[in-house]
Ligand binder design. Structure first.
Ligand code: DAH
Length: 339
């Protein structure tokens, strides 16, 4: 019996030292110490021994049991620590490793100009409004004093959706929408896309952007228009920029003017951008035609207003030295990220 116990102890120890996983250890625990384990069965079998043998063998079995229990416990501890260490090793993060490059986009030059202009006008108390690009001819032409037989309609090659729905050719339509919906005082700008059926080349695109401006209140005069535009060009194009006005014609303003600015690339000396003229044609403007005010339910005897509109691409091209309009729409990031 004694030898059997010694043998079992030796065996158990060897097996415990040999285990490769916690599961194996658990299996050994059951094999020796479980309800039907070898040691448990041995204790149960003590009854069949001679009475004087029983206590000796009994305490021997108990000692072995304790020994094996302790050994299993210790092995379990070491094993668990080892497993944890392996896991920590595997999950170790090298904080000094360079990260994956995340490419950052850049703000499109057109958006940059629009944001700058918005900033200047918001600073002067204007609201920024939006309007539909698919628009009724009523808003783009009729209400702007440009009836069906008016020659000004021929000046703009219009994309027609139906007979009286078009892609707007100018943001001036938003003047009408604003005046129909709001009472004076009105101070608004409207940036947005416009469409004309032009063949694309270095200076033409069937889609481009305009910013429209409108002020209606008591006693608004041409002097307010000039002062406002001067403030705008100095803020957006540089503090030394000069502005000049030339008489012009628009059906929705009376009087009407076109404004040029001193070339903000060469300062007026003459360069490639201003075609050696020293001036760049910038915008159309004028005093809102009394008929247009009337069309929108605003009494021209009580109120007057000024309006202006200009192309965003033209400013972006001059400001950033871009010589082909098409580059702005090709979305080549190598081009776009230069600005
Ligand atoms: N709508 C004109 C254009 O597309 C620009 C313009 C001129 C807007 C005079 C105005 C204005 O508001 O008063 O060329």
């Amino acid at each position: 019996m004694k030898e059997k116990i010694e043998e079992m102890k030796k065996n158990a120890k060897a097996k415990i030292q040999d285990i490769k996983s916690l599961q194996e250890l658990q299996d050994l625990k059951v094999k020796y110490l479980g309800k039907k384990g070898e040691l448990t069965l041995m204790l149960k079998g003590l009854g069949s021994l001679a009475a004087e043998e029983r206590p000796k063998i009994g305490s021997m079995v108990n000692d072995v049991r304790k020994e094996i229990e302790t050994l299993i416990e210790q092995t379990e501890k070491t094993m668990k620590r080892k497993v944890l260490e392996q896991r920590l090793q595997k999950e170790k993060i090298d904080v000094t490793m360079p990260s994956n490059n995340i490419a950052l986009g850049s703000v499109h030059p057109i958006t940059q100009i629009i944001e700058e202009v918005k900033d200047v006008f918001l600073g002067m108390g204007y609201q920024v409004v939006d309007g539909p690009e698919v628009e009724k001819t009523y808003y783009v032409f009729d209400q702007l004093n440009t009836p069906i037989d008016h020659p000004a309609r021929d000046l703009q090659d219009t994309f027609y959706i139906t007979e009286d729905v078009i892609l707007r050719t100018q943001t001036s339509s938003v003047q009408i929408r604003t005046m129909e919906n709001q009472k004076p005082p009105i101070k608004m700008i409207c940036p947005g896309a416009v469409y004309r059926s032009d063949t694309p080349d270095a200076t033409h695109s069937p889609l481009f952007h305009q910013i429209e401006g409108l002020v209606v209140d008591n006693n608004i005069t041409m002097a307010d228009l000039k002062g406002t535009l001067e403030m705008f060009v100095k803020n957006c194009l540089g503090p030394t920029t000069k502005i000049r006005f030339r008489p012009h014609h628009f059906p929705y303003t009376e009087p009407s003017a076109e404004a040029d600015v001193s070339c903000f690339v060469c300062g007026g000396k003459g360069c490639r951008v201003c075609k050696n003229e020293g001036w760049i044609e910038l915008l159309g403007c004028g005093m809102v035609h009394p008929k247009v005010l009337e069309n929108c339910g605003i009494d021209p005897k009580e109120y007057s207003g000024f309006a202006f509109g200009f192309g965003v691409e033209r400013i972006a091209m001059a400001k950033f030295g871009i010589d082909d309009l098409r580059l702005l729409y090709e979305n080549d990031v190598r081009f776009l990220k230069q600005f």
